[in-house]
Design a protein around this ligand. Structure first.
Ligand code: NDP
Length: 524
């Protein structure tokens, strides 16, 4: 297929893509109800406790049975990764690049199967699901490309002027050891496999713990790694609850580093836990967002309303990059908001595996309940312009469907202006000018993504003043969402992330390595 799928290009895919997705979906549905093991040292591991996974699209659909791994399973997985480290890290980096690229190729070859599973597991529409599967392969390849472009991160340094001697100096980046990857539910492929592939290509061995709601996608990824010939013990998969299995992993003193993608609260817990170790260890945190879009009076309002709608409601508002607050210059407030409401009302809601539907269910019962309580708060504080209710009739009866919601008139000191809701709810407000918009936009603990719609000159001003790691100007495909590896390195500032270097960017792979400066001296 010649079509390059990214979140930006997904609105107009060729027919072939739909045909292949539909075939894969039928196939995947034939496999429902199976039991999947964890994978430790290349072997299947079953636990006494089981987790039954159901689809948020229709909670009567039993997807699969997964293992509720214990602290002992966590420790065994770390021990397996530790035992595999000497050989994997001693391998030529070129060989690791080869194997990791094969891993990405296996994912690409199974993209429709993985995409169909993601759609059923998370409730993503088919393009979002395929995007996630395509993104993970590209993230893994990006890591391999960076390794190659940087010659395995070996660089000659200057020679110091020693009298009667010659000195050869070199900088070498080397892997740390056992790396734990803990991933969230909303991008079960990209945010599990991206860090996994990067840690592996850098020479670490890995234990992956996916979100409990998304063990299926992770199982398929690890299957691809095995198919690609990643040796036993180099990549281990454990499934189960974050509070028991996850915290056993991060407590294990043989773990050299961790990549956690998820909420600020859980991430800070891990950060503090790591701070209590005997000496410092790397912790890469990719956390939540409360992403603003600013609409200037000079904006193209049609494009602005399109871009905000896509970013507020794509994946049912459950993207870390979702637009959740919109600051609009007063002269265009009414016109913008009426276009946004019209776009929102035109959203096709329903079973997201079907071609015609763009908007599916939220992930689980808890999110469904949270939506109702946020909406109740917001209805009291402001005015719901559209949405604000669960959808329960007909096709919606057995899934977690919530109407996309636009709210205005909420006082600017209301806590929900600063709280990540992670649901299809966007708050809008008029502002006096762009300075006030910028002040409000930056006045949160988060700094993940931000969007601006206005003139080119204003856009440069926006880039210079906004406090966020991934920022966009005049992007109707999504004012704050839709980063792609190699195009938009993705990461957050402040409470949105700890690394200060973005995934899918030039400085990401070195986060998984420590530097050794090598000096060799001999008589001249
Ligand atoms: P959570 O923080 O609830 O969970 C993330 C992962 O951490 C899950 O695998 C979870 O397991 C695990 N976990 C939970 N508690 C612990 C613990 N005590 N120790 C170790 N691991 C634990 O996030 P969600 O899955 O709900 O994902 C949504 C969040 O992720 C949002 O805040 C969103 O903004 C953020 N996110 C950030 C991104 C970024 O790049 N900055 C990208 C995507 C999402 P379990 O599922 O079993 O509870």
């Amino acid at each position: 297929m010649t079509f390059k799928l990214t979140y930006g290009t997904m609105s107009n895919p060729p027919q072939e893509l739909h045909d292949k997705f539909e075939l894969a979906l039928e196939d995947v549905k034939q496999q429902l109800g199976q039991e999947y093991p964890m994978i430790i040292n290349g072997e299947k591991r079953f636990a006494e406790g089981k987790h039954q996974a159901y689809s948020p699209i229709d909670t009567r659909m039993h997807l699969a049975t997964f293992q509720k791994g214990t602290a002992k399973d966590a420790d065994d997985a770390v021990a397996a990764a530790k035992a595999a480290f000497p050989q994997w890290s001693a391998m030529n980096w070129e060989e690791r690049v080869y194997l990791v690229r094969k891993f990405a190729d296996c994912i690409s070859a199974r993209i429709f199967e993985i995409g169909a599973a993601i759609s059923l597991e998370v409730g993503k529409n088919r393009m979002e699901a395929l995007g996630d599967a395509a993104e993970v392969a590209d993230l893994i390849r990006w890591g391999a490309d960076m390794m190659e472009q940087n010659n395995g991160y070996k660089r000659p340094m200057g020679s110091d002027p020693l009298v009667g001697m010659s000195s050869t100096n070199e900088s070498v980046l080397k892997p740390y050891g056992v790396w734990v990857v803990i991933s969230p539910f909303n991008f079960p492929a990209a945010l599990a496999g991206g860090p996994v592939g990067t840690a592996l290509v850098a020479g670490n061995t890995v234990v992956l713990k996916p979100a409990s709601d998304c063990s299926w996608t992770a199982t398929l990824l690890v299957d691809c790694a095995q198919e690609a010939g990643i040796p036993a013990g180099v990549l281990n998969l454990v499934t189960g609850s974050g509070s028991t299995l996850g915290s056993a992993l991060t407590a294990n003193q043989d773990v050299a580093g961790v990549t956690f993608t998820g909420s600020l609260e859980v991430g800070m817990g891990i950060y503090r836990q790591f701070a209590n170790r005997k000496y410092p260890h790397p912790v890469i945190l990719e956390l939540g967002g409360k992403n603003p879009t600013i609409i200037s009076k000079n904006a193209d309002l049609d494009l602005a309303a399109e871009g905000v709608m896509r970013s507020a409601f794509g994946l049912q508002g459950q993207k870390c990059s979702a637009t959740s607050r919109v600051y609009i210059e007063k002269p265009v407030y009414e016109a913008f908001v009426s276009k946004l409401v019209a776009n929102t009302n035109a959203i096709k809601i329903g079973d997201p595996t079907l071609r015609e539907n763009w908007f599916g269910p939220v992930i689980n019962r808890k999110a469904y309940g949270d939506y109702a309580s946020y909406v109740a708060d917001l209805a009291q504080a402001g005015k719901i312009l559209t949405g604000g209710k669960h959808l329960t009739e007909g096709a919606f009866e057995n899934g977690y469907y919530c109407a996309p919601t636009v709210v205005e008139g909420v006082p600017l000191d209301h806590p929900l202006w600063k709280t990540e809701m992670f649901l299809p709810i966007v708050m809008v407000t008029p502002v006096d000018d762009l300075n006030q918009a910028m002040e409000l936009a930056n006045d949160v603990d988060y700094g993940l993504t931000a969007g601006f719609m206005g003139s080119p000159e204003e856009s440069e001003w926006f880039f210079d003043h906004i406090e966020a790691g991934t920022v966009y100007a005049n992007r109707p495909q999504g004012t704050t969402t839709g980063a792609w590896p190699g195009f938009q390195p993705f990461g957050g500032w402040k409470g949105s992330g700890s690394a200060g270097k973005n995934g899918g960017g030039h400085y990401y792979v070195p986060l998984y390595m420590h530097e050794q400066s090598r000096t060799r001296v001999k008589r001249a």
